[in-house]
Design a binder for this molecule. Structure first.
Ligand SMILES: NC(=O)c1ccc[n+]([C@@H]2O[C@H](COP(=O)([O-])OP(=O)(O)OC[C@H]3O[C@@H](n4cnc5c(N)ncnc54)[C@H](O)[C@@H]3O)[C@@H](O)[C@H]2O)c1
Length: 289
């Protein structure tokens, strides 16, 4: 099977990027949001990103128009019925995702493949909700999607080879490097990254090193572009807490997934990182004070 028309559900931060790179690779794309105003803001984000590509000379004004022409917005799930692949990037809420896939499963053509961009929910559970677990997998992109090369292709217990192979080809076709992961918490990247970030918080909590020294150590000692404490402020302390709390509920005995008290306290106080102006550090927009 060759994937031609692609549906994208959700045109937020991730969905808009996924829709954009898919259209840039030549696919017709149907983007679905529940309300027209969310579609408008998502398409404005795509427009802004395409304008930057054009400014840098990576696409011509003519190509920009063609890419824009391949993107169709809709508020109706029924308009996703003709897609070969539907990628879901709606809010990170298990019940909303299941409800979406349940409805989509009843409308999409039988051979269509479904993928979720979820960062934390089991792919197998979403696959069951869709009614076609054999044609269901995870397709986990990274932010910002137009620039980040990686996509994790997540194979759940019932995902078939017939679904996996065309999606891997699709991922390569849109200029990404697919890596194959099993349906385990955090897949590859977050499974390694989140415990590392959480351990950095525990070091601060235990008073073993200052936040500045931890960041300097990992930048200069490991060549990382950003230290873990600064990265936590970037990602959002609330986002990190939600991930570890979810994992902790699923695997209560796993010490690595225990949410540190300091992380809970900061989030309770509204210090969620860069977006709130204060996390471990103080922020003014994108810059640390
Ligand atoms: N933000 C990241 O860095 C990142 C990275 C990888 C994966 N993800 C995952 O991608 C998904 C989306 O995250 P985001 O950061 O783009 O969120 P977001 O809040 O920016 O966007 C979500 C969008 O989904 C829309 N939506 C809600 N319910 C919908 C429905 N039933 N149908 C269609 N659209 C619906 C919302 O209106 C919103 O525009 C989540 O599952 C998240 O875990 C996020």
């Amino acid at each position: 099977m060759r994937i031609q028309t692609v549906g994208v559900a959700g045109c937020g931060l991730m969905g808009s990027g996924i829709a954009q790179v898919t259209a840039m690779a030549g696919h017709p794309v149907v983007v679905r949001e529940p309300e027209a105003r969310f579609l408008e803001s998502g398409f404005a984000r795509i427009e802004g990103s395409l304008a930057k590509f054009a400014e840098k000379g990576k696409i011509t004004p003519e190509q920009k128009g063609e890419i824009r022409g391949r993107l169709k917005g809709t508020t109706s799930i029924a308009d996703l019925a003709g897609c070969d692949l539907v990628i879901e990037a709606i809010v990170e809420d298990l019940d909303q995702k299941k409800a979406f896939f349940r409805e989509l499963g009843g409308k999409a053509k039988p051979q269509a493949i479904f993928a979720s961009n979820t960062s934390s929910f089991p792919i197998g559970e979403l696959g069951e909700a869709s009614g076609r677990p054999d044609r269901f997998l995870g397709l986990h992109f990274f932010n910002p999607v137009p620039l980040m090369k990686l996509v994790e292709v997540v194979r759940a217990a019932k995902t078939s080879e017939e679904a996996l192979a065309p999606v891997r080809s699709f991922a390569e076709g849109i200029g990404k490097t697919p890596v194959l992961a099993k349906d385990t918490p955090g897949f590859i990247v977050n499974r390694l990254l989140v415990p590392y970030l959480v351990e950095a918080i525990r070091m601060v909590e235990r008073g073993e090193a200052s936040r500045e020294d931890i960041d300097a150590a990992m930048k200069l000692g490991c060549g990382y572009p950003m230290g873990p404490i600064e990265l936590l402020d970037y990602v959002g302390l609330d986002t990190t807490l939600a991930i570890v709390e979810g994992w902790h509920r699923r695997f209560p005995g796993e010490k690595l997934f225990e949410p540190p008290a300091l992380l809970r306290d900061l989030v309770k106080r509204g210090q969620t990182g860069r977006k709130s102006g204060r996390g471990f550090y103080e922020w003014e927009g994108d810059r640390r004070k």
